[in-house]
Design a protein around this ligand. Sequence first.
Ligand SMILES: NC(=O)c1ccc[n+]([C@@H]2O[C@H](COP(=O)([O-])OP(=O)(O)OC[C@H]3O[C@@H](n4cnc5c(N)ncnc54)[C@H](OP(=O)(O)O)[C@@H]3O)[C@@H](O)[C@H]2O)c1
Length: 280
Amino acid sequence: MSGAPDTVPLPSGERILLLGQGTWHIGDHARRRADEIAALRRGLDLGMTVVDTAEMYGSGASEELVGEAIAGRRDEVFLVSKVLPGHADRSGTIAACGDSLRRLGTDRLDLYLLHWRGRIPLEETLEAFIELTESGKIRHWGVSNFDASDMTDLVSIPGGDGVAVNQVLYNLTRRGVEYDLMPWCHRRDIPLMAYSPIEQGRLPHTGALREVARAHDATPAQVMLAWVLRQGAMAIPKAGRVDHVEENRAALDLELTSEDLAALDRAFPPPTGPVPLDVL
Ligand SMILES: NC(=O)c1ccc[n+]([C@@H]2O[C@H](COP(=O)([O-])OP(=O)(O)OC[C@H]3O[C@@H](n4cnc5c(N)ncnc54)[C@H](OP(=O)(O)O)[C@@H]3O)[C@@H](O)[C@H]2O)c1
């Protein structure tokens, strides 16, 4: 693989696989349902057992499809879902978690994230996360779309340093987090989970990415994924097709050379100063 270990430790010490599966827009179209279920199951067969969903995705349709895909295989999966900021007061979070569990057909989430920071004080969400952890409904909690200043606010709250993951937009074309958020998280051993790691399929048709891919007999998507993993972040590409899942899994075996990394840096320069967090 690309010079990086294929697992990452959570702050608890538990290790999870760096390469997982996203599910935004999975479950949106009835005609794609069978392919999407097959794709998620193939990903599990290949060890991509971190499955990321959210109550927001298709207003619960994605969670329902994930529930169907993992039925009978729950123990293989590291299941992630998210609460919407508008639901994230104490009782709202607990109710939203219950709804997610029901749609997913399970009694527990492995990781529950606040989807983004809203108006509800973080203390309230945290209280609910701690209660859900104590009752065994979630195993870990974390956040998403939190910039360095949000993380600083979070860890200043009692119990806030229990955050297990920050899930943010990160890929070769969106490198702003490298300036401050990523080092901040790495210093505290809080993994970054990169969403949209292949920029939702909007890949450049020419240039360094294509050349690096060609040199390895790989695809640009595989180079994008291998690069994210090489940066020490987890990646959760979404693929609704078995062939895409297989292609993505093979990115774990793609070893980028220092020349590749230098060429990619020239084409997609790292930030030279603070950049506000990109979101989708
Ligand atoms: N926390 C947040 O705010 C947030 C925001 C966005 C996303 N997310 C999470 O992160 C996951 C991934 O992000 P994303 O879905 O936005 O984008 P992405 O994973 O970067 O890209 C998904 C798109 O790429 C295509 N694709 C997948 N594998 C491919 C391959 N090997 N070659 C060419 N195209 C390929 C997919 O097509 P097919 O489906 O046809 O295979 C799909 O259209 C989401 O699904 C979601 O779970 C979280």
